[in-house]
Design a protein. Structure first.
Length: 387
């Protein structure tokens, strides 16, 4: 199935911005290639009276360069190229950290915005990208900046794909190759799984984005049905679980989703996923001072993960101010962090500290969006959308 006609009343973006060189809003007849897979574009071309055979070549060219199709000299029938130049996103702000991390704020067609981050790898020619799946987030994680925004809507397939293209272009401008992508930006990917899966299919497929399935990681706070549904797709992408506590009581205080899905249930679902695809699941654990960083909690986590062959990524907390519950969290002390990882390793758990990226540009997800909205003199339109 292809997305609804841009001219139709039920299309979620009744107006599309044409190209980076134009600020004009146009109506009709111009589509965003990011919203189409091969079958959908073939149907669209046929509906317009053009041969569906053009679709594969158009998509290959679009994903190979990520540029406005109207600026390419394609052997296409008269009038077809002019219908292919729409974009669902535009870069509204950019921040570059001292370590080379680049955060992009992408404006959407309804005035809302999401963040994407490009992180340079240790190798000088590689980079990793962090992509958002929703505008805001409904999970309410107490130490997360995005949670303070609440949930606004899901991103469309094309809006997710265009983040990938924007990050790849940014990497290319820095003589780097975008090597991996993680869905760890704004939102809970499992609550927009249909669109995330379709976007991954386009990003990873050899004949489209070409990134590769095992270069993609999808993260979740532990939505068990989502983990099971992702496994059922058979994509074999990497899975990361944001655990952040070894016991249900502490976890429920930090992540409201913990009240629904117990730690043991989440780890069992993650184990099933790991067994299905043979790829270690990553356990994300943000160390918070005197909340989840004790020696006893390290022992409990090690016991939970014993024999599971999962990898633990320990994160340094990025300050985000008072939380939703009015708490002010702090990063674990260096001593506590060192003791925590030592305890995990003593029990045979593979554990690493994830290197903090861009601390000087508000590394916490959601902060660039908040600052830009406050500083902007442009009124952000709040239109009703289906999610």
């Amino acid at each position: 199935m292809h997305p609804a006609d841009p001219c139709a009343k039920n299309y979620p973006f009744p107006r599309v911005r044409l190209g980076s060189a134009s600020n004009r809003w146009q109506m009709v007849g111009v589509i965003a290639l990011s919203e189409y897979d091969l079958g959908g574009l073939q149907e669209r071309f046929a509906a317009w009276g053009y041969s569906p055979a053009h679709a594969a070549r158009v998509l290959r060219a679009y994903y190979s360069a990520g540029t406005d199709p109207r600026r390419r000299r394609w052997p296409l029938p008269r009038g077809l190229a002019e219908r292919l130049g729409a974009s669902l996103t535009s870069v509204a702000a950019r921040q570059v950290a001292d370590d080379g991390t680049t955060k992009l704020l992408l404006r959407l067609g309804d005035g809302r915005a999401v963040e994407s981050v490009l992180m340079p790898a240790y190798r000088g020619d590689r980079a990793a990208g962090c992509i958002s799946s929703q505008v805001g987030c409904a999970m309410g994680c107490d130490f997360c900046a995005t949670a303070k925004m609440g949930f606004e809507r899901n991103l469309s397939v094309g809006e997710i794909v265009e983040q990938f293209l924007a990050l790849r272009s940014e990497a290319h401008s820095r003589d780097r190759k975008l090597q991996t992508v993680v869905f760890m930006g704004m939102g809970e990917p499992m609550l927009n799984l249909d669109n995330v899966v379709k976007a991954v299919e386009r990003i990873a497929a050899n004949d489209l984005g070409g990134l590769g399935w095992r270069q993609v990681t999808v993260s979740t706070v532990g939505i068990v049905p989502g983990i099971e549904a992702l496994a059922a797709t058979g994509l074999g992408v990497n899975l990361a679980v944001s655990l952040h506590a070894p016991d249900d009581e502490t976890r429920a205080r930090l992540l409201p989703a913990g009240k629904r899905f117990k730690v043991g249930t989440i780890l069992d679902a993650a184990q099933a996923y790991q067994s299905a695809f043979g790829r270690p699941v990553s356990i994300q654990y943000c160390l918070l001072r005197e909340v989840n960083d004790s020696h006893a909690q390290a022992q409990e986590l090690a016991k939970l993960l014993s024999g599971r062959k999962m990898h633990v990524n320990l994160l340094r907390y990025n300050p985000t101010g008072p939380s939703l519950r009015g708490e002010t969290y702090a990063a674990a002390s260096d001593k506590a962090a060192d003791l925590f990882i030592a305890e995990l390793r003593a029990h045979g758990i593979v554990a690493h500290f994830r290197r903090p990226r861009g601390p000087d540009i508000d590394a916490a997800c959601g902060q660039l969006r908040q600052k830009t909205y406050k500083a902007s003199s442009i009124e952000i339109r709040k239109t009703d959308f289906n999610t």
